[in-house]
Design a protein around this ligand. Sequence first.
Ligand SMILES: Cc1ncc(COP(=O)(O)O)c(C=O)c1O
Length: 390
Amino acid sequence: MSGFTTLAVPGPTNMPFRVRQAMDVALEDHRAPDFPAFTLPLLADLKKIFRTTTGHVLVFPGSGTGGWEAAIGNTLSPGDGVLIAVFGQFSLLWCDLCRRFGLDVKEIEVEWGKGVPLDLYEQALAADQAHKIKAVLVCHNETSTGVTSDVAAVRGMLDRLKHPALLMVDGVSSIAAIDFRMEEWGVDLAVCGSQKGFMMPTGLTILGISPKALEAKKSARLPKCFFDFDDQLKANKDGYFPYTPAATLLRGLRASIDMLLEEGLDNIAQRHRRLAEGARRAVAAWDLQLCAKGPEWYSDTVSAVVVPTGFDANDVIKTAYNRYSLSLGLGQNKVNGRVFRIGHLGYLNEVMVLAALGGVEMALKDVGIPIKPGAGVGAAVSYYSGHKLK
Ligand SMILES: Cc1ncc(COP(=O)(O)O)c(C=O)c1O
């Protein structure tokens, strides 16, 4: 089929030509004398993206899952308590990882479509007078259900209760896209990957680490080697890495950071809000529901759309792909067959979202879901037109 495949999954996202071009380089010597002149400003600028001045940002070869492992492995010991709410596939997988590491997991099950239950976190933390809970985990943006949680409120609660647990945040589908403030929100470990807001290929895990997390590392006994923060920090100080870094990806990351800083983090968040709102208006005009149970949970990077009873969301996804070269996100686990996901994350504008919405409309119509052609696209056009994104 001619033409591009439209990538409307919530990661990997569209890669800007500038990022691709930055990686079209000969392989290089990562021990060369001039390598630090490239890496030191890169690591410094990453702190601006995470919005931290006192913390460190480390880059490992890996993906978001590796970041979860690094966060846990470096700061906790076997049997430590961790509090985590599970409300989608990614919070579930992080919870599973904690169990496999022998942590004492205090899991709060939440209906998929909602986010972190502040009241239940508060109960659990208030009851933990002995401070057995060493880490509170928050999946900031649950990509499987299109739900964003309030990280600042969790920090506020920990402070109010004077609870010393580390605050660990999965920012894989939020950082560099929607509002994320590591220092202001007192986040101790922030996990990200390269293939979403950073508009890069998969292959890097990017981690924000607070001074408090580094302090916790001193007594942490879980095993770590590849992901050891100390090895990385020691080598990074001089602009090097403890093992062969993914230098070509780091070249792409330089271009990505430049683009993010040129646009500005606030403008990026506003753009995501606007693009997401257009998608949400389309969903409403199709008379369909989001998986997110209320506006307080709406994600600006992904919308998970529930198909009406009697229909299979996988048919919509397959039809969109096979007939219209449009990649939509699958419903995972509990919501498989019930939802399809429209990613509106990364390097994109109104017209790109409209292309995806047009493809969704055709696929919905083809599988027999009763929608009025043009209804969703029209709602998004009405919302987008007349305003120019900065
Ligand atoms: C919120 C969230 N956390 C973690 C992950 C896992 O990241 P990766 O697939 O890069 O290992 C993903 C992947 O999509 C995600 O969306």
